[in-house]
Design a protein around this ligand. Structure first.
Ligand code: NDP
Length: 299
């Protein structure tokens, strides 16, 4: 029998599957052209290869048309922008995703901002950042933060009035997540503190969190001493840690020291099997949204 205070481990795979089923059902009702997304990868970063492959597989599984375009790591800025522009103009493409990280000579922000905002299913275009800021529901929200909020919602973990501490202020995770959770919205209305590498006495801040979200990129950074008993802990981190005994020579670890933190928590997400699958599910949901918005504007 489990101890009375066993944490509720949030099953990201199960929640993501439910979302994918909803997308699959809606896509199946579409007559004629199905939603379509293109994945652009530049160079051969191993993590990017596996992310893009996963995204393609999941697209296929829900009936969304997808194609992967791989460009050499020395592609010029102008060539890449010309390709993005061609996809912007292609009427059968609803979503465009350029996988990060890109090689150093490319300005990621410039590339993201070259994507048609209506096809920006990753939600990194400045127009979509602005829409999130202005609480305009027509915009695209980055998939990982969207997935975190959806996960809280579907797990019945209320955010309204709670103190949420987000460690990390990236454009991809930390900042949009803080913005979502502080919206005037049933699944917002939180008091949000954003922490980063210059925050002083981080542990004294994180210990006040009802919901602690780690998006740092440092394996097992969040220790038990940083967590308030009874808190909900969401681990966004995905870190590859060398492990000679693991089949691939590495294992995936989150930003939270799961074994010592979990016994303290009310709810916690594992890595893998937590936020990761939610990110891909929300990408499918965003692609369907892009299809809907574009179809509506053609009427
Ligand atoms: P970034 O490197 O862009 O941002 C990391 C953030 O953590 C920065 O704001 C940084 O602060 C902060 N940070 C770093 N060190 C410390 C520290 N010692 N104390 C406090 N804050 C610190 O990473 P991302 O946001 O892109 O990703 C974060 C993690 O989430 C990574 O492990 C990544 O792999 C994972 N990830 C997972 C996804 C998923 O689907 N589950 C999707 C996207 C990312 P500063 O700004 O001061 O440098």
């Amino acid at each position: 029998m489990e101890p009375a205070n066993a944490p509720n481990i949030i099953d990201g795979n199960r929640i993501a599957e439910a979302i994918l089923n909803e997308v699959r059902e809606e896509v199946a009702t579409i007559e004629g052209r199905k939603p379509g997304v293109v994945f652009i990868r530049v160079g051969e970063d191993p993590a990017s290869r596996s992310y893009v492959l996963k995204k393609k597989k999941v697209s296929q599984s829900v009936g969304i048309e997808s194609e992967v375009f791989v460009y050499p790591k020395n592609i010029t800025r102008d060539e890449l922008l010309a390709n993005v522009d061609a996809f912007n103009k292609n009427p059968s493409v609803d979503g465009i995703l350029v996988q990060s990280p890109m090689p150093g000579h490319l300005d990621e922000s410039e590339i993201f901002n070259a994507i048609d905002p209506l096809k920006d299913v990753d939600g990194f275009h400045r127009i979509n950042s602005g829409k999130l800021f202005q609480e305009d529901e027509d915009g695209f929200v980055p998939c990982t933060p969207l997935g975190v909020v959806e996960m809280l919602k579907r797990s019945g973990i209320a955010t309204s009035g709670k103190h949420v501490v987000v460690i990390g202020r990236s454009l991809i995770v930390g900042k949009p997540l803080a913005m979502l959770l502080s919206r005037k919205h049933e699944w917002g209305n939180a008091t949000v503190t954003i922490c980063h590498s210059r925050s002083s006495d981080l542990a004294s801040i994180t210990r006040t969190a009802d919901i602690l979200i780690a998006a740092i990129g440092r394996p097992e950074f969040v220790k038990a001493s940083m967590v308030k008993p009874g808190a909900t802990v969401i681990d966004v981190g995905i870190n590859r840690v060398a492990d000679a005994e693991a089949p691939k020579g590495y294992r995936l670890t989150g930003d939270v020291a799961f074994d010592e933190v979990a016994p303290l928590c009310k709810h916690i997400t594992p890595v893998p099997g937590g936020v990761g699958p939610m990110t891909v599910a929300m990408l499918m949901s965003n692609t369907l949204k892009a299809y809907r918005l574009r179809s509506a504007s053609e009427i």
